[in-house]
Design a protein around this ligand. Structure first.
Ligand SMILES: Cc1cc2nc3c(=O)[nH]c(=O)nc-3n(C[C@H](O)[C@H](O)[C@H](O)COP(=O)(O)OP(=O)(O)OC[C@H]3O[C@@H](n4cnc5c(N)ncnc54)[C@H](O)[C@@H]3O)c2cc1C
Length: 460
């Protein structure tokens, strides 16, 4: 305990950016320690993207079965067995944890499992099972992530609500699920649990869903959810919670309305894991919400310490955390990459998917960007018809002066993959006409881009 062990570099928190950097540097011969509380591979694999998308796939199958007659296969659908759903999710997670562990082992990094905190400017103490160690390095990389933020509502803590972590591990049926929040996680899990047999009510404080998306996108997503029977209460301020999640729980709103459920899931936002980490001892400053302050090369206010991923205020996506690794790597080796140079796409795995990159229509208007708009309902795309997946639309924002594509949003089947096609055109700074006139294979959803970009209009 008196000895401070010296490494070439320490990665503190093994999220997407951190583990990628740690393996890279270890493979290059550096002495690397990665301190991780216990989630081998970080949140994405253990409690976030991977288990949620696996559960969503089970929910999609359940949904398809209810519509089997429409595809010429009449017969009664059976209800889901949540223990099998949970086992399948657990297996996919376990497999990916194993792959990550093998990658760590092969790279030569030292994985230090335990809870870490700074005890001196460049020294981290790690509490391991059966003792503690102190580690130091000239270069330290913080990739500590975020956790679900439980709002301070009387009775909420006592109700023992689910967060995504527990919700994704449920092994039994959920009869009546109340969800606090109306963001991406609430929508994805709300739709999945509805399809897995729950009666679902989403309670959102704001006046609309997804305030950062275009109003027509938010309205279409609201309709999609409501058409599936998910109840959504907007502008609803919950002021009191009583009962226990898993048994019976009641939410009371400021206007006196009440909501009853068997389970309560909180998805109201996330807070950085920076409390009690001793960051002030290291000279690492935080903003007023607790996120680590960084410059556009992800350097913190302490020399030799970088921060990456959600804890650094990076958009909350795995691919954004991965790109933080690229930026830090570039900084370490004298490269030019900056966070200010990048555009981060994203996909929300509701059904139909929602994907977006770049400028939205409302944002273009607000910022006074001289633009044109192209729209296409999914319904006219032949592939959408063959699949009976006709819901949603595509929309692109085009620069008025030079035909460049500034943004693309899509609510529709395969939205994430179609967006990547548009993203390539944006990266290559191609005019929209190159997608309008491109030969796409028929019948694919991407073929809809021909029609979309034939519809370019000046805004009304
Ligand atoms: C339900 C859900 C679904 C999501 N789905 C998607 C999706 O489909 N696509 C997508 O791109 N993104 C998705 N995300 C977001 C995505 O999971 C994160 O953006 C991504 O995992 C990047 O996280 P990170 O690199 O910042 O840190 P994390 O992966 O959170 O890693 C931080 C690590 O630090 C460790 N740690 C923290 N404090 C300490 C300490 N004191 N000592 C030791 N270790 C510590 C933690 O154990 C953790 O492993 C989802 C998130 C949630 C919650």
């Amino acid at each position: 305990m008196d000895v401070v062990e010296k490494y070439d570099l320490i990665v503190f928190g093994g999220g997407k950016a951190g583990k990628t950097l740690a393996m890279d540097e270890a493979r290059a011969g550096k002495r690397v320690a990665m301190i991780e509380a216990g989630m081998i591979g970080g949140s994405c694999i253990n409690v976030a993207c991977i288990p949620s998308k696996t559960l969503i796939r089970s929910a999609e199958i359940a949904h398809l079965l209810t519509a089997s007659a429409q595809f010429g296969m009449p017969g009664s659908a059976v209800g889901p067995d949540m223990s099998i759903v949970a086992a399948r999710t657990g297996n996919v997670v376990a497999e990916m944890v194993k792959t990550n562990q093998s990658g760590f082992d092969a790279s030569g990094l030292e994985l230090v499992i335990g809870w870490g905190r700074f005890v001196a400017p460049r020294t981290i103490e790690v509490t391991e099972v059966g003792g503690s160690r102190q580690l130091t390095a000239d270069r330290i990389f913080l990739n500590l992530g975020t956790v679900a933020d439980i709002p301070e509502i009387p009775g909420l803590q006592e109700a023992d609500p689910l967060t995504h972590v527990e919700a994704l591990r449920l092994t039994g049926p959920v009869r009546k699920l109340l969800i606090l929040g109306g963001g991406f996680i609430a929508l994805e899990l709300g739709q999945a649990f509805k399809r897995l047999g729950a009666d679902v009510t989403l309670i959102e404080r704001g006046p609309r869903l997804l305030p950062r998306e275009d109003a027509d996108v938010a309205a279409a997503i609201l309709k999609t959810m409501e058409d599936e029977g998910i109840k959504i209460a907007l502008g609803c301020n919950v002021s009191q919670v009583s009962g226990k999640s898993g048994e019976a729980v009641t939410l009371t709103a400021a206007d006196g309305s009440t909501f009853d459920g068997t389970h309560l899931l909180v998805a109201t936002g996330r807070k950085p894991r920076t409390e009690n980490m001793g960051l002030e001892l290291a000279g690492v400053e935080m903003d007023d919400r607790g996120f680590i302050k960084v410059d556009d090369r992800l350097r913190t206010t302490a020399t030799g310490i970088w921060a990456m991923g959600e804890v650094a205020g990076t958009p909350m996506f795995t691919h954004a955390s991965l790109d933080d690794y690229r930026i830090v790597k570039s900084d370490l080796y004298g490269g030019p990459r900056r966070t200010s140079d990048r555009t981060i796409p994203y996909c929300v795995f509701i059904d139909p998917e929602f994907a977006r990159i770049g400028l939205g229509e409302d944002e273009a208007r607000r910022k006074g960007v001289d633009h044109r708009v192209a729209r296409l309902p999914m319904d006219v795309i032949p592939r959408a018809r063959t699949l009976s997946r006709r819901g949603g639309f595509m929309k692109a924002i085009i620069a008025a002066q030079n035909d460049e594509i500034l943004g693309f949003s899509m609510l529709g089947v395969n939205a994430g993959d179609v967006m990547s096609v548009v993203q390539m055109a944006m990266i290559g700074k191609l005019p929209y006409t190159s997608l309008r006139d491109c030969i796409f294979a028929h019948p694919t959803i991407s073929e809809g881009l021909n029609m979309l970009f034939a519809n370019v209009r000046s805004p009304i």
